[in-house]
Ligand binder design. Structure first.
Ligand code: HEM
Length: 93
């Protein structure tokens, strides 16, 4: 069975040492890929610990990129709230 994570789990992985991204409802550990990313490390870090679906789709990544992504999947997200809402919850906590 696939591992499940909450936004709290995902958001704690927002550094160059441990960089997770969410695309659709799947969680990806992109740490090892940071230096290899053809689009650079910066754009990945801007999305670290967050939902990168829009950023990923807007670029129009190739099938190769999608294949690479598959290899980085570590599980799925269980929270029903979006990462934006999680941010709000953290602020008012
Ligand atoms: C783990 C997730 C990602 C993977 C596996 C990935 C993979 C790739 C690959 C293989 C390319 C080369 C072109 C292609 O094959 O489409 C690429 C290019 C690019 N990626 Fe990503 N990418 C990821 C996430 C992101 C995110 C979150 C952004 C944020 C905007 C981004 C922005 C770009 C840009 C701007 C390029 C174009 C670079 C250029 O041609 O100058 N990528 N990516």
């Amino acid at each position: 069975m696939s591992k499940t994570f909450t936004w709290a789990d995902v958001q704690s992985h927002n550094t160059r040492k441990t960089c997770w991204l969410v695309i659709e409802k799947d969680v990806y550990d992109c740490t090892k890929f940071l230096e290899e990313h053809p689009g650079g490390e910066e754009v990945m870090m801007e999305n670290a610990g967050f939902d990168a679906t829009d950023a990923f789709e807007e670029i129009g990544h190739s099938d190769d990129a999608r294949d690479l992504l598959k290899g980085m999947k570590i599980g799925t997200l269980v929270d029903s709230v979006s990462s934006n809402w999680f941010e709000v919850l953290v602020v008012i906590d």
